[in-house]
Design a protein around this ligand. Structure first.
Ligand SMILES: Nc1ncnc2c1ncn2[C@@H]1O[C@H](COP(=O)(O)OP(=O)(O)OP(=O)(O)O)[C@@H](O)[C@H]1O
Length: 299
């Protein structure tokens, strides 16, 4: 498990990350979302031990990461601005990473390069932005580390490649319990892969939840009430949001599915239907309750 304990990083008078604590459980996908400048990259750079927090500490299974080579061998960091040696080819990078990462899988590297249609012997500086991103993902996957830290990794990949990368992640999670940590602006991008999402806002974590917990305790119900009834009669429901279009109500409510269904049954509505909420809708509701307009925070 990775644990960030109350970490803070300042650059002169800018507080990039402000007393953030987070626990990243093994075998899950941790998504870190936030606007430009929210502190995502700084947070990841502290997790990866590139930056030392001014306050607080980052540990991997209790071991501090900063200046700790052994711990650093447990993760691969795919940075937003990828670095490759001058004039290097993928083959050179494979040789380099094979020396750095004990379990680097050269055979898989060659095979994935072929599958992705990337030339092992071409200079990386002649690759397009997306091709460089693909290469860094292949390097990261083949490093065979416990954790993969991804900074905007899906940006610059076309939709087919995004799917390919997601399925690579899913495969390695199932096969060898890989834990990806993914920073992104894009909530929709993270929706189908993340188990846990942390929303970073102005350097502080505003919300950090397991998606399953969130989804279990918040529901959307569409209903038509019986004659003579209005929303004011729905007092027992823990409503976060009520919208009305004609006779059709769309309610966002807290509570377990069973609780909500029981109450809706008791109201003897003309009809009601439970509709799954998207991650975006869940975040909108949660942040509205906290007094924020999420559209201003992440779109
Ligand atoms: N090396 C640095 N020197 C000075 N300020 C920095 C440095 N790195 C980051 N910052 C500042 O820290 C804040 C957080 O930046 P960071 O890059 O962590 O945000 P981010 O959430 O990754 O943003 P983006 O989505 O735009 O990549 C910003 O105000 C940024 O200007």
């Amino acid at each position: 498990m990775i644990k960030a304990d109350n970490i803070t990083k300042k650059f002169d008078n800018i507080v990039a990350v402000d007393r953030v604590s987070a626990e990243i459980k093994d075998g899950s996908v941790f998504g870190l979302i936030g606007t430009n400048g929210a502190g995502k990259s700084t947070f990841l750079r502290m997790i990866s031990g590139i930056l030392k927090p001014d306050e607080g500490i980052v540990t991997f299974d209790g071991e501090p990461v900063y200046e700790n080579e052994e711990v650093k061998g447990r993760f691969f960091y795919i940075s937003d601005d990828q670095y490759y040696f001058n004039n290097a080819t993928p083959s050179d990078m494979m040789n380099y990473y094979s020396r750095v990462y004990k379990k680097f899988d050269r055979e898989r590297f060659r095979s994935l390069m072929e599958k992705f249609g990337l030339d092992m012997r071409r200079k990386i500086q002649t690759f397009s932005k997306g091709m460089k991103k693909q290469l860094s993902v292949i390097c990261g996957i083949c490093a065979n580390t416990d954790y993969l830290l991804c900074d905007e990794t899906f940006d610059g990949l076309d939709p087919v490649m995004r799917q390919a990368v997601k399925s690579l992640f899913a495969n390695d999670m199932a096969e060898r319990n890989l834990t990806p940590i993914i920073a992104s602006h894009n909530l929709r991008e993270l929706e189908d892969i993340c188990d846990h999402v942390g929303l970073l806002h102005r350097g502080g974590i505003l919300l950090s939840r397991d998606l399953d917990d969130m989804k279990l305790n918040i529901h959307k119900v569409q209903c038509v009430l019986k004659e003579g009834m209005t929303e004011d009669d729905l007092t027992a429901l823990n409503r976060i949001k009520t919208e009305k279009r004609g006779k059709l109500y769309t309610l966002t409510v807290r509570g377990s599915k069973e609780e909500v269904e029981e109450l809706m049954d008791s109201y003897q509505t003309v009809f009601y239907e439970m509709i799954p909420l998207s991650l975006e809708e869940i975040f909108i509701s949660e942040t509205e309750v906290a007094g924020y307009d999420i559209k201003k925070l992440i779109f």
